[in-house]
Design a protein around this ligand. Structure first.
Ligand code: BG6
Ligand code: GLC
Ligand code: GLC
Length: 925
């Protein structure tokens, strides 16, 4: 051990370790001692200043403002509530860093609310000094070794062990089981640990050790363990205070005041880390020459941590030693003689101070201890040494009280309470060994925080139970996470699965084109070319089948296309009523639009975007094959939709309309985008429903005569998989959604992708997770049972990057789903999994289409554009990016540009109509 010189004085000549000059007489001695100890007095004003400065430092750190190294740290601990008492199970606790050079392993059994309390079993291991200062791996290996030694001796069942790690150093926690060491304190200085996750280091060491399979579930600071282990008394215990080797406190802060957390509800436990508090302004005047000497000799000189060095048990013995050495050298004690032991660092420990300071121990014990240090003890020395111990301890207790008072004022202020009634759990050897510490602390707190009624509750087992409590909660959360992952696993598709979808789609396309049995109908549209820009005229257009029904006036001039449109509603009872009612409603809307636009009496050519599967025999003929997307108007399937419209016009007599073309929305979108970009040869819709069309070689289309040129094919890919080919990918949630739909067994692909169904898939997953107890504390709400309550637009809102989790909660609470922040995060993950699968499936479909076009044309590389529309594609924050990424992955030889349609498909329908009119005119000429 290093020996250090006396404080402020040089050793004098004469007998080794002895002062030669005239020794003071005993009564002078006590005066000189008291004079020296004056330095340890901290006045009430100074304490108040320290309290105020600490409070300022705490609040600054809470606000997330950059704070100097001399400030407190205010580290969130991810513990959100004090124990409910319901926690149960067996837990292993490993404590490192609370009690200096020792490590403790405990076996804690929590009995829940019913059972009686069981005393934990524990074992303490001394950490060799070289391990405390050596490589980090060695320290963690030592810990893993102690763990297995302890477990070896236990008769318990050691399957599925769950461990709580009490690690009492300043750490940045990012979860209950993730914690990065900021810096070592209290005599530890192992290399390769600062800046690393200590949970991972422990897990690695346990694995290297290989004796037991132990799941490290939670990491906690000792203050948190102390608070959480406190038996709930009259009120909850919301402060944990530790004075052991080091000192620190934690308390329950309102989450909304913690800037680094994205949380506005509830409370979170904050570890103050007040040991680092070193404000020179308020502590400077209080620091003694002994404090400075101690700092110079410490492992972290200059790093200050003044506060910890004046209070923590690691330093109290050392301070006493420095004072005694100084007084001996001044000739005031021990006959003016020191001893090698007195001059050696670490020769007086906290326990010695406790014994010497204890009035009951009596002078004889003090004598004995001092003699053990090789000192010759004079008649009055023992009593004077007791003064020294008391002075050092009293100062520590008063400073600690100032810090606790700062926390109390913080709580009182943030809870806006006139009188704060609160319990403080206390732990650590300074409390255990020095009863006077607590009494001074209590008295001083009453003085500094008179508006607080504080009860101090000593921790019974050094916080082990509290660590087990946190571990129990963390284990429950981890189990929930596993269930969440299992539930979402079938939604996470890998490359091979997506490539298989692409291949199946490709095969179904070919079969459909050939007229063989296939879930893809591959319907010819009689659109043979994309616009060439020479189209002109005024046209009416209808757009039925998306979110909105629209009537439009489209003016195509040399200067561009001008659109005037109006949205009308088609109530659900009309969409699902009689066909006649539906088409009468459509004509009513057209008449209204014509009147408003001053077009009454004109018979403009009309293009009808009708977004349902139709078998076309020409441009103006479309037999509705079946309704999709929630429509079910009677007597329409199997009928020519253009005839149904013409009949309705006939019933209105007053109007004349010239229906020229019927167009699927995919085709309208492709044509609309094609007007701007001639490379646009694919149309894609991802909205209420989903579908795609593309330009196919006419020779491949069995249903239409002719071998040259192209024809746009409406794939009706929503029905892909209706033959069972997607069954391997479909989850039970897809089956639920399908069963509850108005067309069970139909539109399999659409039901996994489009806006009409994603919200429902999410709702079914949430129901399942609730029944598993993972969400909403396992309580089913009536709201969540309601069909369509979870709109697909919520997915877009919830997944929006700019929205914080608190807004996610607001959205869900509006739905009557009150949830915790853990719930909010899980709901977000559910939404992400569902929308990601949708986008990837859609991408696999697009990849099949563009690859087919490329191969049709015998090209090595294809450059092509896809015109896209639909609310899901346009509003969802990540959908379009995921589609594009999937296409890049599955069709690497195609360079695909996605163009979002700005004008809707009505413009495209008008352009198709314009082309038809131009061709008809040419035919007449
Ligand atoms: C619109 C088109 O912009 O998008 C419609 O004009 C199309 O024809 C619709 O059906 C698809 O999106 P959604 O989300 O409205 O179904
Ligand atoms: C030190 C540590 C802190 C711990 C305290 C008491 O101050 O930095 O995390 O709580 O000692 O052990
Ligand atoms: C449905 C329709 C289809 C339409 C798609 C997008 O799948 O059957 O025709 O294109 O929805 O609106």
């Amino acid at each position: 051990m290093d020996s250090i010189g006396p404080v402020g004085l040089q050793q004098r000549e004469g007998a080794p370790g002895c002062s030669q000059e005239g020794l003071p007489c005993p009564s002078d001695s006590s005066e000189l001692v008291l004079e020296c100890l004056q330095q340890f007095k901290v006045t009430e004003t100074q304490l108040q200043q320290i309290q105020a400065s600490l409070l300022g430092s705490m609040e600054q750190a809470l606000r997330g403002q950059a704070t100097p190294a001399s400030a407190v740290r205010m580290l969130p601990t991810y513990v959100g509530s004090t124990p409910h008492g319901t926690e149960q199970g067996d837990f292993v606790v490993l404590e490192l860093g609370a009690t200096g050079a020792s490590l403790r392993v405990l076996w804690v059994t929590l009995m829940g609310t019913e059972g009686h309390r069981m005393e934990p079993q524990s074992q303490e291991f001394v950490i060799p000094p070289e391990v405390m200062l050596g490589p980090g791996q060695q320290l963690f290996d030592f810990a893993a070794h102690c763990l297995s030694e302890f477990l070896d001796a236990l008769p318990m069942d050691k399957q599925g062990l769950q461990l709580g790690f009490s690690f009492s150093f300043p750490c940045h926690q990012t979860g209950l089981d993730r914690s990065t060491l900021i810096s070592w304190t209290k005599g530890f200085r192992c290399s390769g640990v600062e800046g690393h996750d200590v949970v991972q280091l422990l897990r690695d060491a346990i694995e290297r050790q290989g004796a037991y399979s132990i799941d490290v579930v939670a990491v906690v600071n000792d203050t948190v363990g102390t608070m959480m282990g406190c038996e709930p008394g009259v009120g909850p215990c919301e402060i944990g205070l530790v004075v052991d080797t080091g000192t620190n406190a934690c308390y329950m802060e309102e989450a909304r005041h913690v800037a680094v957390l994205d949380e506005d509800r509830g409370r979170v436990c904050i570890s103050v880390e007040w040991g680092s508090f070193s404000d020179d302004g308020v502590l400077g005047p209080v620091l003694t020459t002994f404090d400075h000497a101690l700092d110079r000799e410490s492992l972290n000189p200059g790093a200050q941590r003044w506060f910890e060095k004046m209070i923590g048990g690691l330093y109290l013995g050392e301070l006493v030693r420095l004072v005694l050495a100084h007084l001996a050298q001044r000739g005031v004690l021990f006959g003016g003689c020191t001893s090698p032991a007195l001059l050696s660092r670490g020769s007086i420990l906290l326990d010695h101070v406790a014994e010497m300071e204890d009035p009951l121990a009596g002078a004889a014990r003090v004598h004995a201890l001092l003699q053990d240090l090789g000192l010759s003890v004079g008649a009055s020395d023992a009593e004077l040494v007791q003064y020294v111990c008391a002075a050092v301890l009293t100062r520590a207790a008063r400073l600690c009280a100032a810090a606790l008072a700062a926390v109390l004022s913080r709580l009182q202020h943030s809870r806006e309470q006139q009188m704060l009634q609160i319990a403080v759990a206390t732990g650590g050897r300074v409390f255990e060994r020095h009863p006077s510490f607590l009494s001074v602390l209590q008295k001083t707190v009453m003085l500094l925080a008179p508006q607080c009624d504080v009860s101090f509750i000593p921790s019974v087992d050094g916080g082990g139970r509290g660590v087990a409590m946190v571990t129990a909660v963390a284990a429950r959360l981890a189990a929930h996470r596993r269930l969440l992952e299992e539930t979402l696993a079938p939604f996470r598709l890998n490359h091979n699965q997506l490539a298989a979808v692409q291949a199946q789609m490709r095969e179904a396309m070919v079969k459909g084109l050939r007229g063989e049995a296939s879930s893809l109908r591959m319907l010819p549209t009689y659109v043979r070319a994309t616009p060439d820009g020479t189209e002109r005229g005024d046209f009416l257009a209808l757009d039925l089948g998306g979110t909105n029904f629209r009537v439009l006036l489209v003016r195509v001039t040399a200067g561009g296309v001008k659109i005037t449109s109006q949205v009308y509603s088609i109530p659900e009872d009309v969409a699902q009523g009689s066909g006649q009612q539906l088409f009468d409603r459509i004509v009513d809307c057209i008449v209204d639009f014509q009147q408003k636009q001053g077009l009454s009496g004109q018979s403009l050519p009309l293009g009808f975007t009708f977004s349902f599967p139709c078998r076309q025999l020409g441009l103006d003929q479309g037999i509705l094959l079946n309704w999709t997307k929630g429509f079910s108007a009677s007597d329409c399937e199997g009928q020519d939709v253009v005839c149904l419209l013409r009949e309705a016009i006939g019933r209105r007599q007053a109007v004349e309309l010239n229906v020229v073309a019927i167009v699927n929305d995919t085709v309208g979108t492709m044509m609309s985008c094609g007007y701007e970009d001639p490379r646009c040869e694919v149309g894609l819709i991802v909205g209420t429903g989903t579908n795609a069309c593309y330009m196919e070689e006419l020779r491949n289309v069995a249903a239409v005569a002719g071998d040259s040129g192209h024809m746009c094919i409406n794939m009706e890919w929503g029905a892909f998989g209706d033959d069972g080919s997607l069954d391997l990918l479909r989850t039970c949630f897809d089956a639920n959604v399908d069963q509850a739909s108005i067309n069970p067994g139909k539109q399999s692909f659409e039901k996994m992708i489009s806006g009409m169904y994603l919200g429902e898939i999410v709702r079914h997953i949430l129901l399942r997770l609730t029944s598993l107890g993972v969400l909403f504390r396992g309580q089913q709400t009536q709201r969540l049972q309601t069909r369509d309550i979870f709109k697909t637009k919520f997915l877009s809102e919830i997944e929006s990057d700019s929205l914080a989790l608190r807004q996610v909660r607001a959205i869900l609470e509006d739905l009557g789903l009150p949830l915790t922040s853990d719930d909010a995060l899980m709901v977000l993950e559910v939404c992400q999994a569902v929308s990601q699968r949708a986008a990837q499936l859609c991408g696999a479909g697009v990849a099949a289409v563009v690859e087919k076009i490329r191969e049709n044309r015998g090209l090595e590389e294809l450059t092509v554009s896809v015109g896209v529309d639909g609310t899901l594609y346009k509003l969802h924050p990540h959908f379009s990016g995921l589609v594009a990424a999937t296409v890049r992955e599955l069709a690497p030889r195609c360079e695909v540009t996605f163009l979002q349609s700005e004008d809707g498909s009505g413009k495209g329908a008008a352009l198709v109509t314009a082309v038809a009119c131009r061709l008809a005119q040419m035919a007449r000429v």
